[in-house]
Design a protein. Sequence first.
Length: 146
Amino acid sequence: MDGEKHMKRQHRLGERGVFSIFGVCALGILTLLTVTIYAVSMSHTASARRFLERGALRNTAEDGVRLAVSRLNTEPATADEVKNATAKHVKLFDGVSGDAKYTVYARKKDGKILLLSVGQKGEERARAVGVAIEKDGKYLIEHWER
């Protein structure tokens, strides 16, 4: 009788071991899925952040072009300098918008003024090109180059 009890006890302990192994495997799979979901989520977040930063940097570059048009309309010396820039580009000015820097260049080509603004933040860069025309003594952006 004592041997029979011992055998039943060993059998129950063996079954508990199998359930423990299944439990550990299930926890391992659950941990793997959680880590994968977390990694994908962080990748999407980083991608969205980069997209927003590039958009903000592009806006900074466009602001540089708009400021250049404003300066062309208010500063006759700047307008004269740009009108004479037919052979190569002329650096008009540098500026800072928020934590990004921009540099604006101009060149006259085919009777139109090309205004190039390059925004830079760290290693990232964005550019905007506006084509300005003179109409009734004022400069206007005719269209944007993409």
